[in-house]
Ligand binder design. Structure first.
Ligand code: NAG
Ligand code: NAG
Length: 194
């Protein structure tokens, strides 16, 4: 009798142990999170970079780079165009002249988010094409009170050379054509990255 019980029990225990350990192994290979050393991603010392360029916001003419894609019923009667949403693919250049060296594009959205004063929500990526930053992006999200002399907008991340980026950009209007709305804006960005 004891021999019969053990001959059934031992194989069952073996099967159970095998099943249990293989399910543990499955959990192991599908692990959701783990701790890494920064070196394992090739991250060495964090550095601070300054980038300086001009942003060309062109609303008029045959090839606008800023187009209104949405508005609210109240936008036309609002002194701040509250509710207007503009999609941009604006050229970035080294100097204020639009024919100066291109360094990238600002792609994204700005929207009138303030009812009391001119205040934009900026949500865009700077996609750089210049030098070692070619192919790298900075993601920018913040408030832009366009009639202030200097506006500060947060840099909340990036890709490529700008992985783990954080910092801020200062925007200053260089020229504004009140008739067309076309503007050239100077950007000075301070970014921590690796
Ligand atoms: C607002 O004005 C523009 C042009 O002046 C017009 O094209 C648009 O239809 C108007 N929108 C609304 C919601 O009235
Ligand atoms: C940036 O990279 C792209 C793709 O690799 C390449 O075609 C382009 O010529 C580069 N631009 C500059 C200015 O180096």
């Amino acid at each position: 009798m004891a021999k019969l019980v053990s001959s059934i029990f031992i194989p069952l225990a073996t099967v159970f142990a095998f099943f249990f350990s293989s399910s543990l192994a499955a959990v192991e290979t599908k692990r959701f999170s783990s701790n890494l050393s920064p070196a394992s991603l090739g991250l060495r010392e964090e550095k601070l970079s300054h980038l300086h360029f001009y942003f060309h916001d062109i609303l008029s003419g045959p090839k606008p780079t800023a187009v209104r894609v949405a508005e609210a019923p109240v936008t036309n009667t609002s002194s701040t165009a509250f509710g207007a949403v503009v999609m941009i693919d604006d050229l970035l250049t080294l100097g204020p002249d639009p024919d100066s060296k291109p360094v990238g594009r600002a792609q994204g959205i700005y929207a009138s988010a303030s009812q009391g004063e001119a205040g934009l929500l900026m949500a865009m990526n700077f996609a750089f094409t210049e030098g070692k930053y070619n192919g790298s992006t900075l993601s920018v999200l913040g408030r832009n009170k366009v009639f202030d002399a200097v506006r500060e907008i947060a840099i909340i991340g990036g890709s490529g050379a700008f992985r783990f980026a954080r910092g801020y950009a200062q925007a200053k209007t260089h020229t504004l054509d009140l008739k067309t709305g076309n503007a050239i804006v100077e950007y000075s960005a301070y970014v921590f990255h690796y």
